[in-house]
Structure formats: C-alpha cells, structure tokens
Ligand binder design. Structure first.
Ligand code: COI
Length: 357
C-alpha cells in the first residue's frame, strides 16, 4: 500500500463554536470541536487528507458499512499540561490496535503517518478545545468505515478514515451498579471481541437495556461457553483488588486489549503490587465480596479512566462493594496517578506522553 502524503489540506471553520460550550459542565460526547480530519482510501492509497470544519457527511444509501458493518473505531484522550501544551497518551497503542481491528474486519490498514499526521494536524488547529479544568480532557474519536456502494457481501475496496474530538468531563457521576450477564454474550472465541468494531457495541445495547430496566447501570459480561468466567464490564475492561493483588481477566480473542488496562497493570507493577492476569470466575468474586477479601471492583477504559463499582448483582442477589470514594482507595490512587501522568504533573518514567507540537 502506498500513501499519497503530499500534504494535509486545512480548511478553517468560518466561526468557532467554542463560546457555546460550558467547560465547567461537560457532558460526555455531546459537544464537538470545530474541525475534523478526513482521509479516503481509494485505488489502494490513502488520499485526500484534509482538516475541515466538523460537518455532516453525504452518504450513498448503498454504503456497505451501513449494511454489513465494516466499521471500526478508537477512543483516546488529549490533556493540557500547566504550560498549556497539548499532551496525548500512548497514541501509538491506539494506532496499532486500530490496525488490528482493521485486519480482523478485512479493512484497509492505516500508515502511521496518516493516523498521527492527521491527529496532530487536527489537535493543532483545535488546541483551544482541550480543557484544562480538573477531571476534564479532550476525547478523540478516530474511526474508519467502508464506503463501497455495492450490495454483494464482500470487503469494500474503499474506506473513509475520520477523527473528531469532544471536550469531556467525567463519564459516570456515581459509581455504577453492575449486573452479571449470564444469558446474552458480548463475544465468543473466534469472534471479533478483541476488535473495536461497531457491531460489538450495537449487540450490547439490548442486554444492557434489560439490565437498566431491572435497576442496574451496566453489565459484567461472562464467557460465551459456560457463563462462568468474567470477561469485560460494559464497554470497559474490568479489574479487582483482592487479597492485596490486582486481578483482571487475561486478554483473549474475546476481550479488548485496553490501553488503560495495560497502563494500570504496568503502573501498579512498578509500585510493587502483584498483578494476576488470568481467568477470573464470578464465583470467586462473589465469595471475595462476602468474606471481605475483595475490596474493590472497577472498570478501566479511555472514556471512564478508572470507574469504581458500587454493587454487583448475580443470580437475583445484590452484593455491595465497600465505599471507594476516599483518597486512600486503590482505584482512586491509580486514577490520580494516571491523571497526573497524562497532564504532565509527574515525571513520565514510562515514556507514554506525546507532546503535540
Ligand atoms: C472508550 O473508553 O474509549 C470506549 O471506547 C468506550 C466508548 C464506547 C464510550
């Protein structure tokens, strides 16, 4: 594959919408920054690289992404340090994962210079949209979809890659209540669970709705064969603090390889905390809550960062988790550390922060 990388064309918005946004009250995913980056894959090349005003696309009704689901995405965040510089967190990990998703969905892969060049060009023009209020960040949504107009079921030959951004605050205002799902599944061995493809999220909506109607906020997904092992929670990886160790399901072809998950594992190992990445049964989690050896359960993902859970519902019974809001909790300590790292308040000994210049 070759890349037509002559330049990224910039077309600036006539008027900025930034004054319409209350940066002290940022809902997740509702305010979109002024610009977006777009590129098209045509004739085996990425071409037509542009930063343009955020606007609607015109879509052909036969667009194959709409019919057969060749559609993948990533979630990343940018932060501001005290000098007002824009910092990205592990952007190349998202780039590599996007290409893993692309391969599984039989889509075109992206050259690093298109992904990173587009991302940096966009962030330079919309740098003012990166919030500096505590707990806020600029959520970045890179995504790609098939654009062939053909009704046969076959891999598209053309694709659009786009990146847009939105300033966001916290994802959950209160610790969510989770229900262990033992009827529906998110993914199965040999399937697409490890890929960040749109269908994984579409398929999760109905079981999640049923759980919400029963008074829960989100699901804990179990394995497709026995419903015995924990896989993920909602749209996140899941972690437990038990017996003084961090325990989390090992990744597989049915579990997303979360960048936040990996960061937490590396950070807590550097603190000398034992980490177990293995199969985790729902039974041991329930037993741990009952006998007090499991003190925290939390989700890990780009959108939430670290999200402590308040309760786990299993087979009709609710198991309360200890209150974790205070600063001494393990999940809060991880959250604060990651936040300090990403905003440049502490030295980045991992080499994860990437300054946009
Ligand atoms: C993320 O954490 O970036 C995600 O992908 C979750 C998203 C679906 C809100």
């Amino acid at each position: 594959m070759t890349t037509d990388l002559l330049s990224i064309e910039l077309q600036k918005a006539a008027n900025s919408r930034i004054a319409e946004v209350d940066f002290n009250n940022l809902p997740f995913g509702k305010h979109f920054s002024d610009h977006m980056f777009v590129a098209d894959f045509v004739d085996g090349q990425w071409t037509n690289l542009q930063v343009v005003p955020f606007d609607n696309f015109t879509l052909n009704p036969a667009l194959s992404a709409l019919h057969y689901g060749q559609s993948i995405f990533e979630g990343m965040k940018a932060y501001k340090n005290e000098e007002g510089e824009v910092l990205l967190f592990r952007p190349l990990d998202n780039f590599h994962r996007m290409n893993e998703s692309a391969k599984r969905m039989c889509m075109a892969t992206l050259p690093e210079e298109v992904f990173m060049g587009g991302l940096e060009a966009l962030l330079r023009v919309d740098a003012d949209w990166v919030p500096s209020t505590p707990g806020s960040s600029l959520y970045i949504r890179p995504y790609m979809f098939a654009t062939d107009t053909y009704l046969g079921v076959a891999p598209s030959k053309t694709y659009r890659f786009c990146i847009f951004t939105c300033p966001v605050g916290v994802y959950y205002s209160n610790p969510p209540k989770l229900k262990v799902e033992t009827d529906y599944i998110r993914s199965a061995p040999g399937g697409v669970g490890f890929a960040k493809c749109a269908g994984n999220y579409g398929g999760s909506l109905y079981p999640t709705l049923l759980a919400q109607q029963a008074g829960y906020d989100q699901l804990i997904w179990t394995d497709a064969i026995e419903h015995k092992y924990i896989e993920e929670s909602g749209t996140m990886n899941i972690m437990f603090f038990m017996d003084g160790k961090l325990v989390t399901p090992a990744t597989s072809d049915s579990i997303l390889k979360g960048v936040t998950r990996d960061s937490i594992i590396k950070v807590v190992k550097s603190w000398g905390v034992d980490v177990e990445e293995r199969k985790v049964t729902i039974e041991e989690v329930i037993t741990g809550i009952e006998n007090g050896t499991l003190t925290e359960a939390f989700g890990a993902g780009t959108a939430v960062v670290v999200s402590p859970y308040s309760l786990i519902g299993y087979q009709g019974k609710d198991y309360m988790l200890p209150e974790t809001a205070d600063e001494s909790s393990f999940s809060k300590k991880i959250y604060n550390y990651l936040n300090d790292l990403r905003t440049g308040r502490i030295e980045d000994t991992f080499g994860w922060t990437h300054k946009v210049v």
